[in-house]
Design a binder for this molecule. Structure first.
Ligand SMILES: Cc1ncc(COP(=O)(O)O)c(C=O)c1O
Length: 461
């Protein structure tokens, strides 16, 4: 039997073809190296440019040359528990002002979220999550989570959160969910990201904690803060937005997730939680129990990155990249305005196009992630093959050698296609200025085409 005609192959092909027709087929990008000089990377999460830092590179090699154990780890943490791993936990507990017993390493942020959300919520509990929460939280909720209910609220919207919570407190099902939440016999977990990966916006942590305290006075409301895109970038020594807002150790924050794979240019993650929750996950979290622990090499690499955080290197780099973000957004908005390129073609960031809040001059209100939203104008909707986000991305790549990926549904909601810009501390002013130029140039072409009623064809990447 030829493999192409098997029922399995036909089913798989048909599904992939359907994805391709809907322009949502995923494929691996062409192989590249972080130091490739032909294309400027505005796509990866290497916000501090640590992955290409000669300093970190040399530091790691020197540390490795003095390390007794480098290769492998020998098995699950529950089987081997290498000293290297234990020592990193001790160190991270001190660094993050946390208890050592509540500091638990995971092989990735994905594993950490799946571990927490699949195990910690108990029968009768509720998980309330931001509508843009990461897929790993959803996967945790799907992996045997015993919570009675999971409900979403609108992204970063405390009014929406309040109305969801009030709805739950009024819930009069046969198990009396509302009553149990009110008398504290059920718990409520609130899952947020401190920086949203597609939008570069921030969860209003203090306001959300206040909502939990006001509506759940029995103290049974717990915030779970995913700091994947904040670690290394915000707060003293890059300890994240929880630290930035002075919330380290706050009793309503049950868990903080810091990952090592983005700004830290390493791999792995740590959950900072209570000793009891850590013990519970050590017993029940399958992505912790049934997997080989990170290699010594990975732990040493993460530890070297934390040296960069501890010695202030990261803070200086964070200041540079956030300053660049402020400059980029301002320049781009000004130039688009000068060229009369309206928000129906291109919108910089999630904020209102012209909104210039005075307090946004502070670097902490900026993020290295800047979405360039590319709404489809009504006149072009008949041409289903044209994707403005793909077109902008392709324009930047072909003319400016700038790599900035288009992001479309289902990664972002329908109608919110965008090119996501990820700035890095290592970008030069010239590179960022070229990005502004390329985006404005595309905006002009696009506005002209729409005004002239021309139907665009998709510029394939
Ligand atoms: C918000 C968020 N949480 C968790 C993860 C998973 O982290 P890791 O890449 O370490 O698995 C990611 C990465 O994509 C993320 O963006």
């Amino acid at each position: 039997m030829s493999s192409t005609s098997s029922a399995l192959n036909q089913a798989l092909e048909a599904t992939l073809e359907s994805r391709a027709k809907r322009r949502i087929l995923r494929r691996l990008p062409p192989p590249s190296t972080p130091t490739a000089t032909t294309v400027v990377d505005f796509t990866s999460n290497d916000y501090l440019s640590l992955s290409i830092s000669p300093h970190l590179h040399n530091h790691l090699l020197t540390t490795l040359s003095h390390s007794e154990h480098i290769l492998g780890s020998g098995g699950s943490r529950l089987l081997v528990n290498p000293v290297t791993h234990h020592d990193l936990e001790l160190r991270l507990a001190t660094f993050f002002r946390h208890t050592q017993e509540g500091t638990l390493l995971f092989n990735s942020g994905y594993d950490a979220n799946v571990s927490f959300f699949s195990t910690v919520p108990q029968p009768g509990d509720v998980v309330v999550y931001d509508e843009y929460i990461h897929a790993s939280v959803h996967d945790g909720l799907r992996s045997g989570c015993r919570a009675q209910k999971r409900v979403s609220f609108r992204n970063n919207d405390t009014t929406s959160l309040i109305s969801v919570l009030e709805g739950l407190l009024d819930e009069n099902d046969k198990n009396g969910l509302g009553l149990r939440l009110r008398n504290g016999t059920s718990s409520l977990f609130l899952a947020v990201e401190t920086v949203y990966s597609m939008d570069g916006t921030f969860a209003p942590l203090k306001a959300m904690i206040q909502v939990l305290e006001d509506l759940l006075p029995c103290r049974n409301g717990y915030l779970i803060a995913d700091e994947a895109h904040a670690t290394g970038l915000y707060g003293p020594q890059g300890r994240g937005r929880v630290a930035l807002e002075g919330l380290e150790g706050h009793p309503r924050i049950l868990a903080r997730l810091c990952t090592f794979g983005k700004a830290l240019a390493a791999t792995g993650a740590v959950i900072l939680t209570t000793p009891l929750v850590a013990r519970y996950m050590t017993n029940y979290a399958r992505p912790l129990v049934y997997t080989t622990a990170l290699s010594h090499l990975a732990i040493i690499a993460a530890s070297c990155s934390f040296d960069m955080l501890e010695d202030g290197t990261a803070e200086a780099l964070a200041e540079r990249v956030l300053g660049m973000s402020r400059w980029f957004s301002k320049q781009l908005r000004e130039q688009l305005r000068e060229e009369n390129i309206g928000t129906e073609f291109l919108r910089v960031g999630i904020e209102e196009f012209d909104k210039e809040e005075p307090e946004r001059s502070s670097l902490h209100f900026h993020s290295p992630i800047i979405p360039l939203l590319t709404p489809p104008p009504p006149s072009l909707t008949e041409n289903k093959s044209y994707s403005p986000a793909h077109d902008l991305s392709s324009h930047l790549l072909t003319k400016y050698r700038i790599h900035a990926r288009p992001i479309t549904w289902p990664t972002v909601p329908k109608g919110q296609d965008r090119v996501r810009i990820c700035l890095h501390a290592g970008h030069t002013e010239e590179q960022v200025a070229a990005l502004v130029e390329g985006v404005v140039e595309w905006g002009k072409m696009r506005a002209r085409a729409v005004q002239e009623g021309r139907v665009m064809v998709r510029n394939r990447l």
